[in-house]
Design a binder for this molecule. Structure first.
Ligand code: PSV
Ligand code: MN
Ligand code: MN
Length: 388
């Protein structure tokens, strides 16, 4: 296989999962700007996600968020997904929107609240069984706002106990992925604030527990590619939640704020063997588009991941290794920059044509009439759950 053919094959094999909540109305805590034509139920969210897959050919799975995507019949939802051309991906739990969770969920001081949270997580595993999903994605809003509010270590004990109960419930072929976030909604301590805490819990749990790196969940200046390299090396990188941030958890389109950072991250993925399906790394988008049209923004995000992936795949690994081993600092850096500065859009356009797709997925979507159809058909779309 020539170099270009191998790069194209890897790009064609890459899968990028979209989030159901990225298709509903969303906003900040100041305002939700409702958009016309947004989905009214989980079935319509899947239909919109299918448009992203139809345009890009690499986004065949959709993450659900429970209870935002609660339905009576999950088998019917999975069947509908298949009808529109996608599959159900990860099941995201939600232990942050009930009044009971004011002081946390799985780390709450009250055992009754912890039980309620664990019951929800177990219900999510039931939904995995019913939909055929293989991954439970956990993000906890747990933490404290004031020094002394609760015991830091005791909260870790409660968290570990809850995670162990859910881990034990996982079936054959199922896994859990644990996401960390530096801060927010808690401001003093967060119970899973960083990759080290997530990794420590995963290590204790066992091989079916892995870490999620949400690119928006770090302090400014954090070297995310270093974290990626370490987690891959330890076999504990479970998934990415891709998005961009300028200040906090802004959830903007991935690759919009810092395309070079995205490239560096994906270079670390490649260097650590993370594009090999056997590594089990899921590439997902976790974004909410508040002011821009949602489906084209999701398509654009998929393209941004593809462009950064293509550049990472174009890094001349042999030349890089030679320069590194020779201590050629400038030469090694130049190998990386050459790849980053390559315009990969023609290569991707060519690949799409080979896949029977339009070379310009955003334009193809816009010309397809779907946006006009949903505006006409759907009245009263629901909010994704954020920023009310
Ligand atoms: C909250 O920060 C968050 O954005 C996390 O990144 C989760 O993955 C997502 O919400 C969905 O629960
Ligand atoms: Mn996330
Ligand atoms: Mn987030």
């Amino acid at each position: 296989m020539s170099g270009t053919t191998a790069v194209k094959a890897a790009l064609q094999a890459q899968r990028i999962e979209t989030p159901s909540w990225g298709f509903g109305n969303s906003g900040t805590r100041f305002k939700v700007f409702a958009q016309q034509g947004v989905p009214r139920d989980p079935f319509e969210k899947l239909a919109d996600a299918a448009q992203v897959h139809a345009a890009t050919g690499v986004a065949p799975t959709v993450s659900l968020h429970i209870p935002w995507d609660k339905v009576d019949d999950y088998a019917a939802l999975a069947a509908h997904a298949a009808d529109v051309g996608v599959r159900i991906g990860m099941i995201n739990s939600n232990t942050f929107q009930d009044d009971a969770y004011r002081l946390g969920s799985v780390a709450h001081p009250d055992a009754a609240v912890r039980r309620r949270a664990v019951d929800h997580l177990l219900e999510c595993v039931d939904i995995m069984d019913a939909t055929g999903s293989d991954s439970l994605k956990l993000w906890f809003a747990d933490g404290t706002n004031y020094p002394g509010q609760d015991d830091i270590a005791a909260r870790q004990d409660r968290l570990a106990e809850a995670l162990a109960r859910v881990y034990d419930r996982l079936g054959e072929g199922q896994r859990m992925v644990l996401e960390y976030k530096l801060f927010e909604p808690a401001f003093y301590t967060t119970d899973v604030p960083d990759w080290g805490t997530a990794y420590a819990h995963c290590l204790k749990l066992g091989p079916k527990a892995k870490v999620v790196v949400d690119t928006g969940h770090h302090a400014p200046g954090t070297n995310i590619e270093f974290i990626v390299a370490i987690l891959l090396r330890e076999g504990r990188l479970g998934a990415f939640d891709f998005n961009s941030r300028f200040y906090a958890d802004d959830d903007l389109m991935v690759g919009a704020a810092d395309p070079f950072q995205l490239f560096r991250i994906l270079h670390a993925v490649r260097a650590g063997g993370g594009f090999d399906p056997a590594a089990g790394v899921a590439f997902m988008l976790d974004q909410c588009h508040n002011i821009e049209p949602k489906i084209p923004a999701m398509i654009r995000s998929v393209l941004n991941v593809q462009e950064a992936t293509a550049k990472a795949l174009l890094v001349d690994a042999d030349a890089l290794r030679t320069a590194q081993l020779a201590g050629d600092v400038l030469g090694a850096n130049a190998v990386l920059m050459d790849a980053y500065n390559t315009d990969v859009r023609p290569l991707l356009a060519e690949l799409r044509e080979e896949m029977g797709l339009d070379p310009n997925p955003v334009a193809a979507y816009q010309a397809g009439g779907y946006a006009e159809k949903i505006v006409a058909e759907r009245v009263g779309g629901t909010q994704a759950g954020w920023g009310a």
